[in-house]
Design a protein around this ligand. Sequence first.
Ligand code: NAD
Length: 341
Amino acid sequence: ADSQSSVMITGGAGFIGSTLVRQWLEHERERVVNFDKLTYAGLPESLEEAAEHPMYTFVHGDVAEPAAVAGTLLEHRPTTILHLAAESHVDRSISEPPLFAQTNVLGTCVLLDAATKYWHSLAGKQREAFRFVLISTDEVFGSAAPGEHFTTSSPLRPSSPYAASKAAAEHFAQSFAHTYGLPLLIVNPTNHYGPRQFPEKLIPKMILAAAAGEPLMLYGDGLHERDWLNVEDGCRGIRAVARRGIPGKRYLLGSGKCLTNREVVNAICDCLDERLGNKESTRLIAAVADRPGHDRRYAVESAAPELQWQPEVPFNEGIVQTVEWYLENTSWIDAATASLG
Ligand code: NAD
């Protein structure tokens, strides 16, 4: 990479996107164009360091708007597109499915269409170097049986409207690779956690409730299992896929270790007890009715040797850093709460 080339990151004001923007500016020596609609989940407050960086440009736009997407591609001429923009919250997909079809399916299709036309207009080395990286999710595979790990050849069996919209996006992307030869890479990461995750998601929600001494509302029996990947590890994985992945391939990224939601909440409470010195007072775990169609378990068989990637942050370290970040960054939490309305 050199300082003349650029990457387009969609959804760069979100949780994973803002971490990826920060990492890319720090390690990849490439101009970064962040294309984001700034929905409730997109916070300029997550990008305060990047905003000062000379290699960073923000474009306020919707991936489902063909003219905005095509204009941005022609103006900034990226060699890599990292597509993260999405509606990402499963509960919202249950109450408002069409919005997920609009952004995650139509938005991805519009972006693929514009990207393919733009790619066809490139020549020589730029055309050869071009990559479209779709950030999907392990939720497209549905619920894993006890002991089962999804692999790159597992069938797509989405359960929630969110997962269905991500699977549909994958199908569109594969069809563009098949029909037009688009150099496509698909990433299926597991659940991420870390700083700047929107407080409607499990880990930040539980940290903030526990710190406030409020009940910790766990879905059902709390024994749903997830593989939690630290967001810094996940973003290093996405960078590895963009740099070293083979077009046409799918990459699963996970930490390799599953935890039940109850174990996650107990780990958060342990951190708070340690830090605030209020032993056991934070452990008001309450059961609420399970989420309809809730998948029991997600687990993946991770990565591939060509990526030279493996997760580095153990959960018990990452969760301490995450709890501390949420306790210290009250102005970010105020901005997120205001954005939720
Ligand atoms: P997020 O909800 O925190 O952020 C989404 C971002 O996309 C926001 O900045 C939002 O403004 C932007 N956006 C939404 N609609 C848009 C549109 N129409 N046009 C342009 N921008 C738009 O999401 P996240 O948790 O950072 O997830 C990022 C991606 O990674 C998503 O594609 C998600 O499906 C995938 N993923 C997330 C996780 C996870 O644990 N968070 C796990 C696996 C995969």
